[in-house]
Design a protein around this ligand. Structure first.
Ligand code: NAD
Ligand code: 0WE
Length: 258
């Protein structure tokens, strides 16, 4: 059994009980990590309420608003971590966004603003958060982000998100090289398709999941729990020699040529 006792872990990207970040938070909690959770604030406070209720069973010791488009809010979140915990060991970056109009039709029709927004939220935010986390990771650390095969191969309709994920995966390498001397590791998990809030809003996701179930070596898709277990592993000392990598948690789909 993985043991993360005494480790302070910040988990971003929980929206509801289907979120991949929720699967990760549960597995980190099961490994006895001390959790902090962020939520995306909205006008009506709906996410705040939902995420607070959902995560109550994990008794997070920090619960913070964090919209990555708001620099002051990101700074305030990491300042609160410094004040409350003194040290950060684990950062889970599990968020992405592109406008719905960007995720269908021709990629070349992506607007400048839509392109920038996808990259800002889905790619830049990893560098942004790593910069804020670095000074708090005084005893080394582990940063894990979530990516998708659409950043390496052309997947219909993934469009600008594919460019964002390609940039994210390269960011993992540059960041790993930068923070490695401080014994901070940076890795990505490339998850197979899972039905979540973000993915369910995508046309054709069910056909895609059906295709994976036919083709993947394990003849199925993966679960949030399986991604959570891989994340817990990457955050543990069992992975102490692993950095700059993209680990596929996809029932083997990536190796197939059909
Ligand atoms: P999700 O909708 O549950 O999570 C996406 C999260 O991004 C939400 O919690 C949302 O609040 C957050 N977010 C959006 N804009 C934000 C902002 N400006 N500031 C802070 N947070 C913001 O969906 P998910 O599928 O769990 O996605 C989590 C990660 O997993 C994403 O990086 C996604 O690309 C990746 N991923 C998903 C799949 C899949 O099939 N679901 C597969 C591979 C990778
Ligand atoms: O990274 C993702 C989800 C990305 C995503 C999804 C949405 C839908 C709702 C980002 N932004 C938004 N914005 C919205 O308004 N995945 C890997 C899941 C996913 O998304 C796809 C997929 C798969 C798989 C989009 C097209 C094709 C396949």
């Amino acid at each position: 059994m993985l043991d993360l006792t005494g480790k302070n872990a910040l988990v971003t990207g929980i929206a509801n009980n289907r979120s991949i970040a929720w699967g990760i938070a549960q597995q980190l909690h099961q490994a006895s990590a001390n959790l902090g959770v962020t939520f995306l604030p909205d006008d009506k406070g709906r996410y705040e309420k939902k995420v607070a209720e959902l995560t109550a069973s994990l008794s997070p010791s920090l619960f913070l608003p964090c919209d990555v488009q708001n620099d002051a809010q990101v700074q305030a979140a990491f300042q609160a971590i410094g004040e409350k915990w003194g040290r950060l060991d684990i950062l889970i970056h599990c968020l992405a966004f592109a406008g719905k109009e960007e995720l269908s039709g021709d990629f070349s029709d992506t607007s400048r603003a839509g392109f920038m927004r996808a990259i800002e939220i889905s790619t830049y935010s990893l560098s942004q958060m790593t910069a804020a986390a670095k000074p708090l990771m005084t005893d080394g650390g582990s940063i894990v982000t979530l990516t998708y095969l659409g950043g390496v191969r052309v997947i219909p309709n993934y469009n600008v998100m594919g460019i964002a994920k390609a940039g994210l995966e390269m960011s993992v390498r540059y960041l790993a090289a930068e923070v490695g001397p401080q014994n901070i590791r940076v890795n990505a998990i490339s998850s197979g398709p899972i039905r979540t809030l973000a993915s369910s809003a995508v046309g054709g996701i069910l056909d895609m999941i059906h295709h994976v179930e036919q083709v993947a070596p394990l003849r199925r898709t993966v679960t949030q729990t399986e991604v959570g277990n891989a994340a817990a592993f990457l955050c543990s000392d069992l992975a102490s020699g692993i950095t700059g990598q993209v680990l596929y948690v996809d029932a083997g789909y990536e190796i197939m040529g059909m």
